[in-house]
Design a protein. Structure first.
Length: 310
């Protein structure tokens, strides 16, 4: 049967902010145990899947994606191939990704693409594997992919892929300050390990197992931005600031001009500022824009990967 003439499917999946992030000691396998509180925010990737005889991917949207791989190193293509392999689907897919989430910005854009691709291909191909099976496939692709599938607010443990939903009331207003240059996640982790080694007398040995602080969970449960501002934390921030010192000035600017608090999101270099209202967020975005910083407003939490057309 020819695949030509069949419908396309478009799926939207969110970027995320790590509102809280603890990193345990490096383990024998080279990985770290982490504890994160993720919040999905209204900065969405859209993946359109169309029937094809082979696998391909192209990009559009306001983000310059010219440096992204279009072969099997791309996480979205890897997601499509994994689903086809596990279900025995013999065709292919042409993927078009409309990118809004910054690349290498610590906001999980590639993971959102992969999650959206799993949902889009499952719908397009009629493989019907179900949400639980998609979640297992997502975990094979990367630590942030299961969260992009689920969205909302969640605690991530292990390598970040063992998720449990966190109760969250109301919405939070964010201003995202974007950087032109990305930071490599492995390099940020290595820099953190180096920093800890250099300061072991002051810091002491790091615990192997880490957890999300009760204070941050309580803050999102009651929907209180002031409490959340006081309890946000990111162990990777010290490494990101070491690699990109200009982020310190950016944090100071935002926090001196109305933000309740600012934090480097994940491995950076995106900086997320928490505001107390939509108006405060819009005003801070204006301040940052006039200072030459590319900034966006977003709200959270929002749902994970969902079909919007198809």
């Amino acid at each position: 049967m020819s695949v030509r003439g069949m419908r396309s499917v478009t799926v939207r999946a969110p970027g995320k902010i790590n509102v809280f992030f603890r990193v345990g000691a490096i383990q024998d396998d080279g990985y770290h145990d982490v504890a994160s509180l993720y919040q999905a925010v209204s900065l969405f990737e859209e993946v359109t899947a169309e029937p094809a005889d082979d696998f391909s991917i192209r990009f559009s949207g306001p983000i310059d994606a010219s440096g992204l791989p279009t072969d099997d190193r791309n996480l979205a293509l890897a997601a499509a191939r994994l689903l086809a392999r596990r279900t025995g689907y013999r065709g292919g897919v042409a993927l078009t990704v409309f990118k809004r989430v910054p690349i290498a910005g610590g906001m999980g854009g590639g993971s959102a693409d992969a999650a959206a691709t799993l949902v889009a291909c499952d719908e397009l191909w009629g493989t019907g594997v179900g949400r639980a099976a998609l979640h297992r496939l997502a975990a094979e692709l990367g630590a942030d992919v299961p969260f992009a599938l689920e969205g909302g607010t969640a605690v991530g443990t292990g390598r970040g892929d063992e998720l449990s939903p966190a109760l969250a009331k109301g919405g939070f207003h964010w201003v995202l300050a974007l950087s032109e240059a990305g930071l490599s996640t492995p390099v940020v982790y290595r820099t953190l390990d180096q920093h800890r080694d250099e300061h072991i007398v002051d810091l002491g040995p790091q615990p192997e197992l880490v957890k999300v602080d009760t204070a941050v969970l309580q803050a999102v449960r009651v929907g209180d931005p002031s409490s959340l501002a006081e309890s946000m934390h990111n162990d990777l921030q010290v490494a990101a600031l070491r690699l990109a010192p200009e982020l310190s000035e950016l944090l100071e600017l935002g926090e001196s001009r109305g933000a309740l608090a600012g934090i480097v999101s994940g491995s950076g270099p995106t900086v997320a500022f928490l505001a107390d209202s939509a108006q405060s967020a819009a005003e801070l975005r204006g301040v940052l824009t006039r200072a030459g910083v590319r900034a966006l407003t977003a709200t959270g939490p929002v749902p994970g990967a969902r079909v919007i057309d198809g």
